[in-house]
Ligand binder design. Structure first.
Ligand SMILES: *Cc1c(COP(=O)(O)O)cnc(C)c1O
Length: 356
């Protein structure tokens, strides 16, 4: 604390991202980056955008990008909002749509940035325990479970990887027409059903996606939301009171190219899905319990080996996975689906550690 700080700053518990070590030759399976690089067309588009025009501000409305997203998802450009990573889109949604007198509701085990935004924007919240099997119970998000001021759920959930069927998402959205339901689809392309098509029927639904995971562009920082015009207008009002230019010229060029290269997207996401199946089987063969994953990571625990100890032993072998010191999940490892070679090294290392 310092007397120079505004009062809220001392109360914050900031989000701690997975580390980005500066070491070479690590098997880095801790932050759910895509093992394939971005499409070569993305890299070319960014190179092409590298010219004198960088002296000019980018388009504050990111019209080209919003049109590309709209075309991809068959919505109107004015139903699309873009931001500097979906974390920024989420932040604006918390401030613009989820801060109300009644508490925001989300699962006890979920993306750990949600309570951080609540702290920053002073939003009251209520967490709802996942079931014993780490599933979201739809009943907990129907109005009978209590008055919520808003709902936010990742689908698939993080860090469990478990997905809700679209019909369950629609039940939640339809049962809560007077509050906003945000569905954070950071991992949806790896095996869950997107709720974007429901936006046409439900004004209270905001779907958020990112190019960081399934489009291999975590370094470019582009995320977006799709929703009804009223919801998008709220996000625009906050954004234009905060930063007029969240998407720079290079990011817009690269993001448009990524959305246009559907062949590359399909090929690389199918490769991750295939590797996930092999990794899951290999971990199960070593005795791990692996939650069914619809994401580009698996969440696994071993009945006889402590999660923190396993993560530390892997680190000694230059393999980094994510471990959360949080009640209920402190025995789990969250392992990003890497290349076949990376996953092979992980499985070999675990074999040695377990043989111990
Ligand atoms: C990775 C992730 C995000 C944020 O991604 P950006 O890189 O900021 O677009 C949002 N939500 C969840 C659940 C994530 O795992």
């Amino acid at each position: 604390m310092s007397r120079y700080w505004s009062p809220v700053v001392g109360t914050l518990s900031p989000y701690v991202p997975g580390e980005q070590p500066k070491l070479q030759d690590l098997v880095k399976l801790n932050t759910n980056e895509h093992p394939a690089g971005p499409s070569p067309k993305v890299l070319q588009a960014i190179r092409n955008a590298c010219d004198d025009s960088l002296r000019l501000y980018p388009d504050p409305g990111s019209d080209r990008l919003r049109q590309a997203i709209a075309a991809n998802f068959r919505v109107q450009p004015d139903q699309v909002f873009v931001g500097n990573g979906s974390d920024e889109v989420l932040a604006h949604a918390f401030q613009a749509l989820l801060k109300h007198d009644r508490p925001l509701r989300f699962p006890d085990i979920t993306y750990s940035f949600y309570p951080v935004y609540c702290g920053l924007y002073q939003i009251a919240y209520q967490t709802v325990p996942l079931t014993e099997e780490f599933c979201i119970d739809v009943q907990d998000y129907l109005p009978a479970a209590g008055e919520a001021g808003g709902i936010i759920l990742p689908n698939p959930n993080a860090p469990t990887g478990r997905a809700l069927p679209l019909a369950d998402i629609e039940r939640i959205v339809a049962a809560n027409p007077d509050i906003v339901v945000v569905v954070d689809e950071a991992y949806v392309d790896f095996g869950a059903e997107s709720a974007v098509d429901l936006v046409a029927r439900h004004d209270n639904l905001l779907v958020i996606q990112t190019l960081s995971k399934s489009r291999s562009l975590a370094g470019l920082r582009v995320g977006f939301a799709i929703g009804s015009r009223v919801l998008i207008e709220a996000l625009e009002r906050v954004k234009n009171s905060f930063n007029s230019y969240p998407i720079d010229r290079l990011a817009e060029a690269g993001a448009v190219a990524a959305l246009e290269d559907t062949a590359y997207f399909e090929r690389t996401r199918q490769a991750v899905i295939a590797t996930r199946a092999r990794l899951t089987a290999d971990l199960q063969a070593l005795g791990f319990e692996v939650l069914p994953s619809a994401a580009n990571f698996v969440f696994a625990r071993h009945p006889h080996h402590d999660g923190a100890a396993l993560a530390a032993a892997l680190r000694e072998r230059s393999i980094i996975v994510r471990h959360f010191r949080q009640a209920r999940i402190d025995q789990f490892l969250r392992i990003t689906v890497g290349t076949e070679v990376q996953c092979g090294r992980l499985v070999e290392a675990l074999k040695n550690i377990l043989a111990g």
